[in-house]
Design a protein around this ligand. Structure first.
Ligand code: PLP
Length: 398
């Protein structure tokens, strides 16, 4: 008999994933994905960058590179993050193969079997799967519209069977909740966590995708506030601001954590794709990223606005949701007892698909929530697809 590791016991395909396999029929309108719009990628800019590389640069691009990242990219990304107010010079930057790898590396660095870790509820499914694959005992704390409740966090820490190894949060344009922590919620969290010897993993895959420039203060990462007395491990990604096909992310972490992470990365993949790093470096270095960011912010805001209008016109009053201020996602909360999986089944039959909230619930219980995304759907398709979802909700919830 094949004898698998105990870690694989926690890995299973969800019922939703099985349902989603029905959602591949042609013409289905998808509000399920978390991927950028295909039509929005900076194809021309990347063509120009590649076509103007020297032969020597192309050779570098084809070769293995240093584990921590290509020196040119470490420099240009370091400047980009510095401009965001992040304390680059006091920390170490590690380029990773997507930010999901950064999260995996941190999970491996901190988690022993049955260790307690704390996450938000709901939380990003990719991170949750990574933590479970290291056999963490995951405790979740609810997030509201402005951030995490300190009262619940305190209860979770005190009630935990072991001192938690870390707290994982996504303060900017949460996946799936769509929310942005308020400055006050971040400050309260910092005050509470100071001196607790529990590192914070701050996942920041979306903060560049804001719709309201006046949110600048609220968008400041906890890492940029640079609290003393807390090890903040900041992760970021090129996936939503250039393209996930590059498979490039990063972590910015204190030196002592970096040392372990670099060693772990060596055994994962030796280095992240050098080819992608050369392209990403030029995209930053030439400044092409800035007009591109303006372009995608405008496009995602258009899609989001089309979705807000459609939801306001078609959703029953009892569905609760807040307008996200950026990012990709809207979180719909249905009345207690509603069955989002039944709604999904009907929606798929009628031609639209979303993701049920249970997928993002570490306890796997929440049946009455759903995530819909506007990132990869045109305003026209949004206007056709949202009434289908609204109708499916009415069919089940009345
Ligand atoms: C919150 C969050 N973190 C991290 C990631 C991982 O992104 P990547 O590995 O492509 O950088 C995603 C992807 O959707 C995400 O939503």
């Amino acid at each position: 008999m094949t004898r698998f590791s105990s870690a694989t016991k926690n890995l299973r395909s969800s019922e939703i994933r099985d349902l989603m396999s029905l959602a591949t029929k042609p013409g289905i309108i998808s509000f399920a994905g978390g991927m950028p719009g295909n039509d929005l990628f900076p194809i021309k800019e990347i063509d120009t960058i590649y076509n103007t590389l020297t032969v020597a640069e192309k050779q570098v691009a084809m070769q293995y590179g240093p584990t921590n990242g290509l020196p040119a990219l470490l420099e240009s990304l370091g400047e980009f993050l510095d401009q965001k107010g992040l304390p680059v010079s006091e920390n170490r930057l590690l380029i990773t193969t997507g930010s999901l790898q950064a999260i995996n590396i941190l999970a491996k660095a901190f988690i022993d079997r049955n260790d307690t870790i704390i996450v938000e509820n709901p939380t990003f499914i990719g991170a949750l799967s990574a933590f479970k694959s290291y056999q963490a005992d995951v405790i979740s704390v609810p997030v509201g519209n402005d951030g995490m409740s300190i009262e619940h966090l305190e209860k979770a820490i005190h009630g935990a069977p072991k001192d938690p190894k870390f707290l994982y949060i996504t303060p900017s344009f949460h996946n799936p909740a769509g929310i942005l922590y308020s400055a006050e919620a971040k400050n309260n969290l910092i005050t509470f966590m100071t001196g607790k010897e529990i590192p914070i993993i701050e996942d920041d895959a979306y903060s560049e995708l804001f719709f309201h420039p006046e949110d600048a203060d609220r968008l400041k990462p906890i890492k940029a506030i640079n609290p003393k007395g807390i090890d903040v491990c900041y992760t970021g990604s090129f996936s939503k601001i250039i393209g996930p096909g590059l498979r490039l992310g990063w972590m910015l972490v204190p030196q002592h954590i970096y040392e372990k992470c670099e060693l772990i990365k060596q055994s994962f993949d030796a280095c992240s794709p050098t080819f992608s790093q050369v392209l990403a470096d030029k995209f930053l270095r030439t400044g092409a990223i800035y007009p591109y960011l303006d372009f995608i912010r405008t496009e995602y805001a258009l899609r989001a606005n089309a979705m807000f209008d459609a939801l306001e016109s078609h959703l029953p009053q009892y569905v609760e949701w807040v307008r996200p201020r950026g990012g990709f996602y809207i979180w719909l909360q249905l009345p207690e007892g509603a069955d989002a999986a039944a709604i999904l089944k009907i929606a798929i039959e009628k031609g639209a698909v979303f993701v049920t909230g249970k997928t993002f619930d570490p306890e796997g219980k929440k049946n009455n929530c759903m995530r819909i995304s506007y990132c990869n759907t045109s305003p026209e398709m949004i206007r056709i697809g949202i009434p289908i979802i609204a109708e499916a909700i009415r069919n089940i919830c009345g």
